[in-house]
Design a protein around this ligand. Structure first.
Ligand code: ASP
Length: 586
């Protein structure tokens, strides 16, 4: 090694030792007679001192010339500092340098390599290798590393075997668009990159592996958001000879283990809530359960009183924002604007202030007298000082909009506490979801999910009413993972494809290999996959998954550092038998 110690390890017990450190210049201070350099590496920062009369002049001259992010090597004696810095682990000591070497210079970095940087996101992505030098980013990657080790530790202990599955495969329907790769050796044919290893892990169960896991890249060509990347990582798992409860116990156990080991937090047993209940109470299949503010439906009390907005609505439903009766006109207008945003889509917001004196003030006083409003307040369990916020309209849309308002109010009232962890299982998802646009059913999870046995007979008569043995793990309003018990019977799987609108031939062509395998003794099986990047972000209390990925893509799916995607040469195109067409107009 070029060094004897790292920049994070020297303490007062090392005083008197001669050491050699290497690293980057975090900053250099030239006070005339004395020069200090803060030397940084992954492990910390150590101060170097160069002092006239003590340090050789030629070395001081060299030290004066270095700039930020120069890579240097310095040898010297560990000495006690004149003025100690109790904010730094190495703050009791400094190194009195007597040998000094610049290993490499550096251009002035395009943004400051500090915890709080002046660099915007685009610039930081372009120079990601500089961004990773900053503590907050490096720490996130280290958290990811620790998570990976702990996941492996837990699953290994539970007898899971880590098996790699291929990336060049054919379509796996997880509901997104595929990324495709042309095959040179098979003209006019394409591989698809896996949206998940779903079919392979099922085949591993048929193969008798019994318990499989993989920390694996998945690829989905869909619109990006803060918590989505075109390539992302899953902790993908599958178990044979299990029922839903076994999967829930195993992975609730894993999540508890991760929180305990990484955050020192003992999680209690997870809440369990059915999909229907989650939608009715919170308008979301991933409710943030760190706070209550449950929906309260008002159809019975609010309809038929001549207020046409309510009378024409399928659903009248609201939340109680406790202690918010004092909200000003301006604050209420801001909430109305919030729910009317196109992405939320409500037409308006009705409020009822439950005044301290027991009276009520609402935006619908014309239609509802004090007695009526009192009835509402009772239904909401509201106290004087509370504010009821009510939406009306088509059922699903209204629930969705109220979910957004609930989250917004939770945020405003400080109820979405980063330090709290509310973990839950959402259970009993519908098997299928009707899609208006294509006028057919889609699998809500994926086509391999098993219907609940008691609902199987509805496959012909009432497919929309079938529930599945499918489950999502939701932590603080984020879907951390999801899975299901699978179909392991050829007939049922074929039936499922039929309900999803596949012809026999299409089903055979795409999934014949899986249905074929089911004819050779497929065990009952089920599993789950966690969004690993997301799980890291949840663990750190962050929204965006980007910083937990070493080299992420931007919102347009571009890697701006390596400038990809990019063009390929005519030779490559010819070899692949591809011809480019005029780009579509934007
Ligand atoms: N393959 C599923 C997914 O990616 C997870 C699972 O069902 O295990 O969501």
């Amino acid at each position: 090694m070029l060094r004897t110690h790292t920049c994070g390890e020297l303490r007062s017990e090392h005083i008197g030792n001669t050491v050699t450190l290497t690293g980057w210049v975090q900053k250099q201070r030239d006070k005339g007679g004395v020069v200090w350099i803060d030397l940084r590496d992954r492990y910390g920062i150590t101060q170097l001192i160069f002092e006239e009369g003590v340090t050789e002049q030629s070395i001081i001259d060299q030290a004066k010339k270095v700039g930020r992010e120069f890579v240097i090597k310095a040898t010297g004696e560990v000495v006690e500092r004149y003025s100690k810095n109790d904010k730094m682990p190495t703050g009791d000591i400094e190194i009195r340098v007597n040998e000094f070497q610049v290993l490499n210079g550096s251009k002035i970095p395009p943004f400051t390599i500090e915890d709080e940087t002046d660099g915007g996101e685009d610039l930081r992505m372009k120079y990601r290798y500089l961004d990773i030098r900053r503590n907050p980013v490096r720490e996130k990657l280290q958290l990811r590393h620790t998570m990976m080790q702990k996941v492996r530790e837990y699953l290994n202990k539970e007898a899971f075997v880590e098996v790699e599955t291929p990336y060049l495969i054919k379509s796996t329907p997880e509901g997104a668009r595929d990324f495709v790769v042309p095959s040179r050796m098979n003209e006019n044919e394409f591989y698809a990159l896996p949206q998940s290893p779903q079919t392979f892990k099922q085949l591993l169960m048929v193969a008798g592996m019994d318990r499989y896991f993989q920390i694996v890249k998945c690829f989905r060509d869909e619109d990006l958001r803060a918590d989505r990347q075109p390539e992302f990582t899953q902790i993908d798992c599958e178990m044979a000879f299990v029922e839903q409860e076994d999967v829930l116990q195993t992975f609730e156990g894993m999540t508890k283990f991760l929180y305990k080991e990484i955050k020192g937090i003992e999680l209690g047993d997870f809440q369990r809530i059915s999909y229907d209940e989650a939608m009715t109470k919170y308008g979301s299949d991933k409710p943030d359960l760190r706070f209550g503010m449950e929906f309260c439906e008002l159809n019975d009390l609010a309809q038929g009183k001549g207020f046409v907005v309510f009378d024409s609505a399928k659903l009248v439903v609201g939340i109680n924002a406790e202690g918010c009766a004092e909200y000003s006109r301006k604050q209420l207008d801001a909430l109305t604007d919030f729910v009317k945003k196109p992405q939320i889509g409500a037409k308006g917001l009705v409020y009822v202030k439950c005044n301290e004196d027991g009276s009520f003030k609402s935006s619908v006083d014309k239609f509802f007298d004090q007695e009526a409003l009192k009835g509402w307040a009772e239904k909401f369990n509201a106290k004087p000082g509370d504010l009821l916020l009510i939406l009306a309209g088509e059922t699903n849309q209204t629930r969705k909009a109220l979910n957004e308002l609930r989250l917004e109010m939770g945020e405003r009232l400080g109820l979405r506490d980063k330090k709290k962890v509310a973990a839950a299982w959402v259970l009993d998802f519908p098997l299928l979801e009707w899609d208006e646009e294509t006028q057919r059913y889609h699998a809500m999870h994926h086509p391999f999910t098993a219907p609940k046995p008691e609902d199987v007979d509805k496959l012909d008569s009432d497919p929309g009413a079938i529930r599945a043995n499918a489950y999502d793990m939701v932590i603080n309003g984020v879907e951390a993972g999801g899975g299901s018990i699978r179909i392991h019977d050829r007939e049922l799987q074929a039936k499922m494809f039929e309900v999803l609108g596949f012809s026999k031939e299409e089903a055979e062509e795409q999934f014949g290999f899986l249905m074929g395998a089911f004819e050779y003794g497929a065990p009952p099986h089920g599993g789950i996959a966690y969004g690993f990047d997301r799980m890291c972000a949840i663990m750190a209390g962050e929204q965006s998954i980007r910083d937990f990925i070493a080299f992420p893509k931007n919102n347009a799916g571009r890697d701006v550092m390596i400038d990809s995607p990019g063009k390929i040469s005519q030779d490559q195109l010819d070899e692949l038998g591809l011809k480019l067409v005029e780009p579509k107009k934007q």
